[in-house]
Design a binder for this molecule. Structure first.
Ligand code: PMV
Length: 350
């Protein structure tokens, strides 16, 4: 029997400059930058077996945490149908997909970035196996990032270790796939960052990100927002090379609050922050002012608060969390090394 297997782990990421608003074909209306996380991972295995029939259709079983999952299957099937020009073999093979997340259900961590990047990596890996055509590491990762983007925009950034940017803000930057920000190119202050995610509400998002992005199409502030994001990227790049933690925290918090400000002023208005989210923001700012510890927050499209700080401050921040945030569940993550081929364990980023 003609069987091929691809098996990858791929992480979630947290945006520092937020992608919010898109053009057709999943092109971002503004550029974004993220930290790649270490512990919030999807572990996905895709097995393909040659079909006996000539019928040109997508044939797929999708298991999420060992259970057949029809809802996810339909989503993936839809996506795969759009990928048959790129991966022509999709019509000739039956796919069995097993997917696990290392982070708990209802943790408020969006799983689309980790799962869609893992799927993209598996598809590109299978494509190499079936075509026997080996790409360079750069070509492979750009292609995986492009495929991931087509599934879920922010997933394009999860392909790369440490930090990635996606979207045009200067000549030569790509909208179609993300590009890595190399550790060597940035200041040591940012080499080891932690992200402790305070779970205010673990329920599924009240507004899907597709609907959220669509709110920007007619947003009265959209042009100034897109310009601001481009300016913030330029400022953040400077900060990443000069190590200025204060300006880093200012930009990151402004981006998070802008995202929520845009949602609140959309039509219809969307308010995802909870009273506890605001309470935590105040606590972080008071702690920072009093202790001078460089700790700040960012927020995705939900009520949970990501607390960002250099690893060197971990002890102080954890002690403070133990005192002030002990009524919340907190997931401790940090910046990580990106996806891994589970079968070969090879470092694809060499
Ligand atoms: O990739 P999507 O369509 O789920 O959108 C992600 C949007 C934010 O998480 C709010 C921001 C970002 O850049 O990740």
């Amino acid at each position: 029997m003609d069987i091929k297997i691809a098996h990858w782990t791929s992480p979630s990421n947290i945006a520092l400059i937020k992608y919010w608003g898109k053009l057709p074909n999943q092109i971002p209306a503004n550029p974004s930058i993220s930290f790649t996380l270490a512990h919030a991972l999807t572990n996905m295995k895709v097995e393909v077996v040659k079909k006996q029939t000539q019928l040109k259709s997508i044939s797929l079983d999708f298991f999420f945490e060992d259970q057949l999952n029809e809802k996810f299957k339909l989503k993936i099937e839809d996506f795969l149908k759009k990928q048959t020009e790129r991966f022509v073999w999709l019509h000739d093979y039956h796919l069995t997909i097993h997917s696990f997340n290392t982070f708990p259900h209802s943790s408020g961590i969006a799983s689309s970035a980790s799962s869609m990047s893992a799927l993209a990596l598996c598809l590109c890996d299978l494509d190499e196996q079936l075509s026997a055509k080996k790409l360079s590491s750069y070509e492979f990762l750009s292609k995986a990032s492009e495929v991931a983007r087509e599934a879920s925009g922010s997933a394009s950034r999860s392909i790369f270790p440490f930090m990635a940017s996606w979207g045009s803000y200067q000549e030569g930057t790509s909208n179609l796939w993300a590009t890595p920000i190399l550790k060597d190119s940035i200041h040591p202050n940012f080499h080891h960052f932690c992200d402790s995610i305070v779970i205010v509400d673990g329920a599924e998002k009240a507004v899907s990100s597709r609907a959220g992005h669509a709110l920007m199409d007619s947003h009265p502030f959209k042009e100034s927002r897109y310009q601001r994001a481009r300016d913030n990227i330029t400022k953040l790049k400077e900060v990443l090379s000069n190590g200025d933690l204060n300006t880093f925290m200012e930009i990151v918090e402004e981006e998070a609050l802008t995202l929520h400000g845009l949602m609140m002023t959309s039509s219809p208005s969307v308010l995802l922050l909870k009273p506890e989210s605001i309470e935590i923001i105040h606590l972080i700012r008071t702690f920072r002012n009093d202790s001078k510890v460089p700790v700040c927050f960012t927020i995705d499209a939900g009520p949970n608060i990501h607390i960002l700080y250099p690893q060197s401050e971990k002890e102080k921040v954890h002690k403070w969390m133990g005192q002030y945030l002990n009524k919340f569940k907190i997931l401790h993550d940090e910046v990580g090394n990106g996806p891994e081929n589970f079968l070969t364990k090879a470092n694809i980023h060499d």
